[in-house]
Ligand binder design. Structure first.
Ligand code: PLP
Length: 366
């Protein structure tokens, strides 16, 4: 069994994907070809945002967002310590200071109730991460930011593209939303890719310039930018995948609910994460909590079930970051880092495969 089954998806879409890639090979506009704009328009509409700017990766999406806001040395950006490193990396790369706020034990998303006490006059942005596919408390976080004046909220929606929150889509839940099209993400291309969403035309213009070396006209550089465009071929792959994506989102939601129901029914001592009633999760990772994780992973491996750990070490405890930050111990993140384990998940996981995973898990934890 694959941890993430990308082959079944390709087989289901083979003619469309091949034709889209072939079209790019024929027209030869590999950089900023027509598929790029077509994808951006379709994604903006799908997400419910006025603008979508495609970029080279989820990391570049976050980096460009911070650059557009002019965040740099002397500024602080609040985020979660329990995320993929890119979320904090971009803060450090622009010269600002990451300020980590602990997460909720039942969702693993940033605890909005702890954000206010971390705000200082230097706080310029908050980057909540919609971890594992479930949006963070975006409305509450945007309300906190608004109460404190000029603080931008950037959703790191790398794992939650396709999820909804109070009827709105992840990526369009705050002033700026950033996502990733890394192959294993809910909407994945066949290489690196990402996108930034906003309703603000001035920010959209800044993102568009920043991704092409800050260029506002050919060889005229208004800003200091990066080489951060998404390849035309990757946009073509996503265009071929979009018609199936609604079904995939629905399937991920169903499989997540079915995992929870089956694991509960097995009576196995496995902790489950909560999905809040006002939102759903697209389960980029289907993550559970177990004791003796190394042993459980090993027994599952012997049973042919691949697992992964997202993430084994909170960022405030990473060698590159611990010197930058004040937070030494964030107890909920520490606890989760010791227990989280992700199970095989993708829209093409079959119910028979899922039952096999749950049976093996129940045996492995006993
Ligand atoms: C939460 C989070 N943020 C940012 C990223 C970075 O995305 P990318 O790998 O496309 O640069 C990822 C993806 O791995 C992620 O999971």
């Amino acid at each position: 069994m694959d941890f993430i089954d990308l082959k079944s998806q390709y087989r289901a879409l083979r003619p469309e994907i091949n034709a889209r890639i072939q079209a790019v090979l024929e027209h030869g506009q590999y950089i900023l070809g027509p598929e790029v704009g077509e994808l951006e328009q379709k994604l903006a509409k799908w997400v419910g945002s006025a603008h979508c700017v495609s970029v080279a990766s989820g990391t570049d999406a976050l980096l460009i967002a911070l650059m557009a806001l002019g965040i740099g040395p002397g500024d602080e950006v609040i985020t979660s310590p329990f995320t993929f490193v890119a979320t904090a990396e971009v803060i450090a790369l622009v010269g600002a200071k990451p300020v980590f706020v602990d997460v909720e034990p039942d969702t693993a998303n940033i605890n909005a109730g702890l954000i206010e006490e971390a705000i200082t006059p230097r706080t310029k942005a908050i980057i909540p991460v919609s971890l594992y596919g479930q949006p963070a408390d975006m409305d509450q976080i945007s309300a906190i930011a608004a109460r404190h004046g000029d603080i931008a909220v950037i959703e790191d929606a790398a794992q939650s593209f396709g999820a909804s929150y109070n009827g709105r889509r992840s990526g369009a839940l705050s002033a700026i939303g950033c996502t990733s099209f890394f192959p294993s993400k809910p909407l994945g291309c066949y290489g690196d890719g990402g996108a930034i969403f906003t309703d603000d035309p001035a920010l959209a213009k800044a993102f568009t310039e920043l991704r092409v070396h800050g260029q506002s006209a050919r060889y005229y550089h208004t800003r200091i930018g990066i080489g951060g465009r998404m390849d035309t071929i990757q946009c073509a792959v996503l265009l071929a995948k979009l018609p199936r994506f609604d079904w995939e989102v629905q399937r991920r939601i169903e499989l997540g609910a079915r995992y929870a129901e089956r694991i509960r029914a097995s009576g196995a001592p496995v902790g489950l994460l909560t999905v809040r009633p006002d939102r759903n999760s697209v389960w980029a990772q289907y993550t559970v909590l177990v004791n003796d994780r190394d042993g459980v992973q090993e027994r599952l491996k012997q049973a042919g079930i691949p697992t992964a750990v997202h993430y084994p070490r909170p960022l405030n405890r990473q060698p590159a970051y611990e010197k930058l930050v004040d937070e030494k111990s964030l107890p909920v993140s520490d606890q989760l880092a010791g227990q989280v384990m992700s199970l095989p998940m993708s829209a093409d996981l079959t119910e028979a495969q899922q039952d096999q995973v749950v049976e093996a898990l129940a045996r492995a934890v006993r």
